[in-house]
Design a protein around this ligand. Sequence first.
Ligand SMILES: *Cc1c(COP(=O)(O)O)cnc(C)c1O
Length: 402
Amino acid sequence: MKRKTGQDRDITRKWRPATQAIRGGSARSEYGETSEALFLTSGYAYDCAEDAAARFSGDQQGMTYSRLQNPTVEMLEQRIALMEGAEACRSMATGMAAMTAALLCQLEIGDHVVASRALFGSCRWLTDTLLPKFGIKTTIIDGREFANWEAAIRPETKVFFFETPANPTMDIIDLKTVCGLAKSRAIVSVVDNAFATNVLQRPMEFGADVVAYSATKMMDGQGRVLAGAVCGNEEFINEVLLPFTRNTGPTLSAFNAWVVLKGLETLDLRIHRQSANALKIAEFLESRVARVNYPGLASHPQHALAMSQMDAAGPIMSLYLDGGRERAHGLLNALQLIDISNNIGDSRSLMTHPSSTTHYGLEEEARLEVGITEDMLRLNVGLEDSKDVMEDLHQALSSVGL
Ligand SMILES: *Cc1c(COP(=O)(O)O)cnc(C)c1O
């Protein structure tokens, strides 16, 4: 595996993110293929026993086993790190494997985590159920208020964990002040950046220490594979995260890594078009329903903050119909184009009822606290002609009397 002859690393590192998304991390085999090669191999053979020993001792560079290294997977990791502006990245089998590893690798009994309450359902399971089981205490706060972060800090606080925009209420967290507070108190900030991706928002530019992804969402972006990634500095990735993942094995398959590599090539195009479509649709919905949560709308209470840390508002919004589960389910059942599906970041428009699907596992009280009511729907706006999506919404809204 080699880079292009004469390619200067100092120059290639400086390429802008849209260029990195296509060329970052690419390494060619002896055949000179233009598209990245897919290495479906679990192991590697050595020329002699001494080479095998040297690989294991670290005296010789090279791969030993695909739980630990794979050429296709490494291309993806380097590409994501370059797009992120991070020193290093490790990919994972799923977004949840990424979140779990990013937290567990650095926490132990007696430690304390502060997390924002508006989190992806399974992330709330980590903070509310898994971590406490291992003697790691968690405090769940309304992360929109800076004072809540400050008030929750204890001497044993090790990690701040949050997502912005948050699923499904589209709450925004001020990256600069919250990550700055973490830094000033030697707390590691872990940001779940699945909704925006590094094309729309680069949390490290605002002081985040660790950025974690569900690459299943916008990065694949075409609803094909599950994948995850964790970005950080070299010390965190190589000395804290790597020992955990090498031995517990949440490794991304080479095939899925290859699919995400292909997805990244069009991420910049897709996410900007989906954001533009979503803004048009959010404006349309605002004239028809009780409320729309979309950070790109001037009516979003944190619109200015969102636009100060994001290039565009992304494909996802939520809306309230004013009429309970019956009306929400009625609208879903009337859809002709938009699929009823709980995935997001797909090139297809998808809609779900969070309280009975993605956030079903949360206690009702916790759901209501974050604004997940029975009449709330979440919409992922895809790449279809936005007029067709709007017409579908129009007829479905009309069918439930809106
Ligand atoms: C989907 C999602 C996850 C989990 O990712 P998987 O790839 O489904 O495991 C985590 N956080 C956020 C914000 C998500 O949207």
